[in-house]
Design a protein around this ligand. Sequence first.
Ligand SMILES: NC(=O)c1ccc[n+]([C@@H]2O[C@H](COP(=O)([O-])OP(=O)(O)OC[C@H]3O[C@@H](n4cnc5c(N)ncnc54)[C@H](O)[C@@H]3O)[C@@H](O)[C@H]2O)c1
Ligand SMILES: O=C(O)[C@H](O)COP(=O)(O)O
Length: 389
Amino acid sequence: MSKYKYNCLNPIAKVGLKLFSEDYAKIEDMKEADAVLVRSASMLEMELPENIAAIARAGAGVNNIPLDKCAGDGVVVFNTPGANANGVKELVIAGLMLASRNIVGGINWVQTVKEEKDVAKLVEKGKAKFAGKEIEGKKLGVIGLGAIGVLVANAANRLGMEVYGCDPYISVEHAWNLSRDIISVKSKEDIYKECDYITLHVPLLEDTRKMINKETLSKCKDGVVILNFARDLLVNDEDMEEALKSGKVASYVTDFPNEKTAGMEGVIAIPHLGASTEESEDNCAVMAVKQIKDYLEHGIIKNSVNYPDCDAGTFAQGTRVTINHKNIPNMLTQFTGVFSAENINIANLINKSKGDYAYTVIDVEGSINSGIAEKLKTINGVLRVRTLS
Ligand SMILES: NC(=O)c1ccc[n+]([C@@H]2O[C@H](COP(=O)([O-])OP(=O)(O)OC[C@H]3O[C@@H](n4cnc5c(N)ncnc54)[C@H](O)[C@@H]3O)[C@@H](O)[C@H]2O)c1
Ligand SMILES: O=C(O)[C@H](O)COP(=O)(O)O
């Protein structure tokens, strides 16, 4: 019988799933699973079975997963930072071209004349309607300089655009990767005021929800192009419709069409294709599966969005006890007390915290009785205890 069971809520690339050894079984019903792999399927309203220890989002955005609830239940949620960033970057560059050159209008028009007698002649006569602008020399504002934003900023800069970037929380790693030619601005206001094109690369959070709205659009240049390859709810659709009608916004390119925007005049709607490349899907699947395996087999946490990263090394012998708990005082004393009461020597202990939650790994030599885990579970603030042996 397999030691671990996992369930996929979306199709996950084979190259990733192949990394699961015969210790793992893929099951169709989440009820029995130790781990869940997901892409964009919404887990927000799902009842999560108790045995689920980990969820891996094969992708970046985690707004489809109830992160706090999971943390409170001791469920570690992972994502795969940067694994699909190149796929999105390439589509954003395509989006810049689509918005600048009326390629979609032109292609659609050709289809309307394809049955005519002299198509080549008609094309030469009709093409003037679809003339566009070049992006070279224009100003692009990138809001959010994470894995995707940095790649987009650098690529647009190489295409000759003058690029402004804004990210108050930029990581050191991403700052290192940002070209020195990018003009870093402290406030989004500078981007609204200066830029001909604005592209959004922030997560959907309370403070980014509907960040593009009547007020922010009024600060933009007339005829600005907005590109949204992040999440639909970053933009107020009603305000966007008005801005498109008035000409304030020349074009809105979105990878997240909804009932409101799909047929809206001036919108270039792409069916969420940013990460839908073989390369991105493979990268995400491989990273997600490795993270699940490391966690289930060794208690290692890497790239979690609701628990701290914690690496106690590969688990090889003896017993490893992992504890997901609240980040409150006096927990370690209580944990070590349970072991010392049984006269068990702790060989290694590691404790990390992130916000309201913490994670402790305790290694002991030899085996321990199941009563230890049961006692740990009764400590106030302990959310989950796993024993690896
Ligand atoms: N279209 C797609 O298929 C696709 C694929 C991947 C990601 N995404 C979306 O793009 C988002 C970004 O992805 P990523 O991989 O670059 O993530 P990331 O975490 O590497 O980068 C996000 C960046 O946004 C910054 N940020 C957060 N709040 C901000 C704010 N208020 N103002 C400015 N910057 C802010 C963060 O500091 C971080 O640097 C994801 O959250 C997801 O919603 C879409
Ligand atoms: O946040 C992400 O990674 C993207 O939106 C990709 O979503 P997908 O995995 O459903 O393509």
